[in-house]
Design a protein around this ligand. Structure first.
Ligand code: ARG
Length: 573
């Protein structure tokens, strides 16, 4: 259940009844301090301003009109016109009891959106995945998981880069290596990073090679068999490397979710033709460009979006227009979410404007570029290895697990080798994921092993530990099934507020989806675990079936929430 939503609806009804202007926002929020109750309404204050009436008087009218019987036990008027709502304990208890009998803890299905494309991870296959790829992979994955948990049909699309000019260089180099040694097993693709570097070096140093590389791109894009064979070999190796990262990082992407740039190749000519026919694209020095006045800079110069190069080649941009057409007009999704670096913000504004004008995006499909910042090193510069190289993601994940092992071992009492390995894996990977997800995605952050793997503060190890601790308390209680009670008594203040916190799970998930911001869920889970600890100190639990049920519900919420974040829990650690 979503209490915030219920209160909003009731407030909107009451505001209408007291004659507030139609466009008034109800202004319902969670209260920030216990003395302000559980929720607050401040919508009548701005309504009063518009109506030019006394805000306190209007607030009083709203209080009189609000129909919250059975929901609120007290509605207070405070200050210039705030309305504080104290929920009824009985109401919380009843709903929580119902939730306890449902395996999704009473979280309902979302009505809208029904169908969503989540475009995430989407690495460039010319190179190996590096530390920066954590962001799109993990944030996109959690949003996809969350939407699915809410019953939304999610179409994962890994829009991998496999079609640009770099591939001409790579396959030309591969061709050369083959010519020198006929031995396929000697193909130096085991180290993609190195292979790329060598090919690039060759490209920069050798003009003949560079020209061959350019010819190969054209040949590849027009379907030449030899080039396609080499290309396929390269792409297969690179996607396998990416798949190994996904499995280790607990990312739900599978090979079948790859919808590569190359998959849109056949549509690109049609895209440009449509743009030309509709007068949206015009020729400029041989290239096809779209002029966007809507995105003009402060001097009034319009933004220029190139959709075809003067040599006839297509671009990243053209592919994204084709992708819009496919997703909106063929897959018929309500919403497209693309998780990309902040530097692509302008690109997606151009894509959206152009696609809407051309009909590649229907009005009923929204397109959201969910952008993120950069992962920094301690020196405040983009995170690199000590020698200044790129940090390979697979190596970083192995290091996380090794470091977690040391930490787990320090604390563990009796773990078998096997248990230790499993727990270290869950803690290490969980720590990396949570560290990423707990940051507001729009900001840069500094990568730090110690804070990531700490058992204190808002971290995966802390939450995983909180979960095992509650589970162990429940085991010690001897109660087989804590949900077998008919009554939940919320007597103490700490009990009531913890129960309400559990019941707020759905409204947190709604907010996370609305803003495509997983840190909202991280904050909630951390607060929930901390609140549990203080409840546990204050309220004796053993032989109290109501409190045992509450403990069980907190553990379940933690497990479900962490699962949405792609973080695993364990029974002991
Ligand atoms: N491959 C791109 C990159 O590495 C990200 C692609 C995102 N998706 C898209 N539809 N453009 O930056």
């Amino acid at each position: 259940m979503n209490i915030l939503q219920i209160l909003r609806e009731r407030t909107i009804e009451a505001m209408a009844a007291i004659g507030a202007p139609q466009d008034s926002s109800p202004g319902v929020t969670k209260s920030t301090k216990p003395q302000f109750g559980d929720y607050q309404i401040n919508g009548s204050m701005s309504a009063a301003k518009k109506l030019k009436v006394n805000p306190r008087e209007l607030a009083q009218k709203l209080v009189d009109e609000l129909k919250l019987d059975g929901i609120a036990e007290k509605i207070e008027l405070a200050g210039p016109g705030f309305i504080n709502i104290h929920l009824n304990s009985e109401y919380i208890a009843q709903h929580l009891l119902t939730a306890s009998r449902d395996n999704k803890l009473g979280v309902t299905q979302l009505e809208r959106p029904k169908k969503v494309v989540v475009d995430y991870s989407s690495p460039n296959l010319a190179k190996e995945m590096h530390v920066g790829h954590i962001r799109s992979s993990v944030i996109g994955d959690s949003i996809a998981r969350c939407l699915e948990f809410r019953g939304v049909e999610v179409i994962r699309q890994n829009h991998v880069g496999d079609w640009g000019t770099q591939f001409g260089m790579l396959i030309a180099y591969l061709d050369d290596v083959f010519k020198q040694s006929q031995d396929v097993t000697a193909m130096p693709l085991s180290d993609l990073e190195n292979f790329y570097r060598e090919a690039k070096q060759r490209f920069d140093d050798d003009a003949d090679f560079a020209s061959k590389a350019r010819d190969y791109v054209v040949a590849l894009q027009s379907g030449d068999e030899h080039c396609k064979k080499l290309w396929k070999m390269f792409i297969d190796t690179s996607t396998q490397a990416a798949q190994a990262v996904y499995e280790k990082l607990n990312v739900t992407l599978k090979p079948e979710h790859i919808k590569a740039e190359s998959a849109y190749n056949d549509r690109l000519e049609g895209v440009v033709n449509t743009l030309k026919e509709k007068g949206i694209a015009t020729e400029n020095q041989g290239a096809q460009i779209v002029t966007l006045d809507e995105l003009a800079n402060k001097n009034g110069d319009p933004s220029i979006f190139i959709v075809q190069k003067s040599n006839g080649g297509y671009l990243y941009a053209t592919t994204d227009l084709a992708a819009c057409d496919y997703r909106s007009n063929e897959l018929n999704v309500d919403c497209i979410l693309v998780f990309v670096d902040a530097r692509q913000k302008l690109h997606f504004s151009q894509v959206e404007l152009t696609a809407r004008k051309a009909g590649f995006l229907k009005d009923s499909t929204s397109l959201e570029a969910c952008t993120f910042g950069t992962i920094m090193g301690e020196d405040g510069k983009p995170f690199k290895t000590r020698t200044g190289g790129t940090v390979k993601l697979i190596d970083l994940l192995d290091e996380a697990v090794n470091r977690a092992k040391v930490k787990v071992q320090e604390r563990a009492i009796d773990l078998s080798e096997e248990e230790l390995a499993e727990i270290s894996h869950k803690v290490g990977i969980g720590a990396v994921r949570y560290f990423e997800l707990s940051k507001n995605r729009t900001s840069d952050y500094i990568f730090n092993w110690d804070s990531m793997l700490s058992f204190e503060g808002s971290t995966a190890p802390y939450l995983q530990y909180a979960y095992t601790r509650i589970r162990s308390i429940l085991r010690k209680s001897g109660v087989q099934d804590p949900t077998q009670v008919n009554e939940l008594l919320l007597v103490e203040e700490k009990e009531k507020s913890l129960a309400l916190k559990v019941l707020q799970f759905e409204e947190v998930l709604d907010q996370m989806i609305q803003e495509a911001m997983p840190h909202i869920l991280c904050n909630y889970l951390y607060e929930l675990a901390s609140q549990y600890m203080s409840f546990y100190e204050a309220c004796p639990i053993l032989n109290n079936s109501s409190r045992l049920l509450l403990s069980h519900l907190v553990a379940e919420t933690l497990a479900l929430g962490l699962n949405i974040l792609g973080i695993e829990v364990m029974e002991k650690m």
